[in-house]
Design a protein around this ligand. Structure first.
Ligand code: IPE
Ligand code: IPE
Ligand code: MG
Length: 244
């Protein structure tokens, strides 16, 4: 039973999720368009997007989500102009430093999905330290940073091949960057694009997909509510048959 009244018109009960919606993932998109609409350089969209990131993660925790994954920077995003890439990476680095300072307050367990070795030694160390010091907390935040799903699958397969371990669906899952996390129940992509762009291709086998025209910097808790309500109106069959 959904933990809110989706039939009520006008003001409805606050959204609260249950065990059917454990993991929500966001493909945050539209930062550049948000800035362009205002006649600003794209970097301004990323600055605003970073604020949205904090707001949305906090809200997901408030409504009872256990795992949040955010696609922050892909392996393909390195092809963008250097000025833009530098801005995004420095915003993420600032976020990481701030997250360690606010650990007691936010109580988030951070994991980075992606190869850290491409970052400066100092930044990679800050990422590792944040993972370590936050490991006692329950609300899990996966930040996909220098992440590409095909690279992740190849990396997992190569690890299995070199260890000689048997290749099974379970062993491959255990060698993904998301090891130990349930698969995403719901993947939300903003800014009107309807593709996965190399995000969680393995883990998304049975995820529900939700697309919204809202640009990421404009994303509000109410937009998350819409996605959650939409999720609860669906029937997940996993290839089987169920009576509705
Ligand atoms: C998402 O916004 C942020 C990253 C991919 C890093 P974009 O920068 O892709 O914004 P648009 O798609 O150009 O509007
Ligand atoms: C996907 O967004 C990557 C992230 C959200 C980090 P892009 O804006 O890079 O995706 P495409 O190029 O539109 O597919
Ligand atoms: Mg984009």
């Amino acid at each position: 039973m959904a933990l809110f009244d989706k039939n009520r018109s006008g003001s409805s009960e606050p959204v609260r999720v249950d065990e059917r919606l454990t993991h929500i993932a966001f493909i945050l998109d539209g930062n550049g368009r948000w800035a362009k609409k205002r006649g600003l350089p794209r970097e301004f969209g990323h600055t605003e997007g970073a604020k949205t990131f904090k707001r949305i993660v906090r809200y997901c925790g408030d409504i009872g989500i256990k795992v949040v994954t955010v696609y922050a920077f892909s392996t393909e995003n390195w092809s963008r102009p250097k000025k833009e890439v530098d801005r995004i990476i420095s915003l993420l680095d600032e976020y990481i430093t701030g997250a360690e300072d606010e650990l007691e307050e936010n109580k988030i367990r951070y994991t980075f999905l992606g190869d850290k070795s491409v970052f400066s030694a100092e930044m990679a160390e800050r990422m590792r330290r944040l993972e370590d010091v936050s490991s006692k907390y329950e609300l899990r935040l996966n930040i996909a940073l220098n992440y590409g799903s095909r690279a992740e699958i190849v990396h997992a397969a190569a690890e299995l091949a070199s260890s000689g371990e048997q290749i099974t669906e379970q062993s491959l899952s255990e060698h993904m960057y998301t090891a130990g996390c349930p698969d995403p129940d719901l993947i939300v992509r903003t800014a009107n694009e309807r593709r996965l762009s190399n995000f969680l291709l393995w883990q998304a086998a049975y995820s529900e997909l939700y697309f919204t025209p809202t640009l990421w910097p404009d994303m509000q808790p109410a937009d998350v509510d819409l996605a959650v309500r939409d999720f609860y109106a669906r029937e997940r069959r996993y290839g089987g048959v169920t009576g509705k």
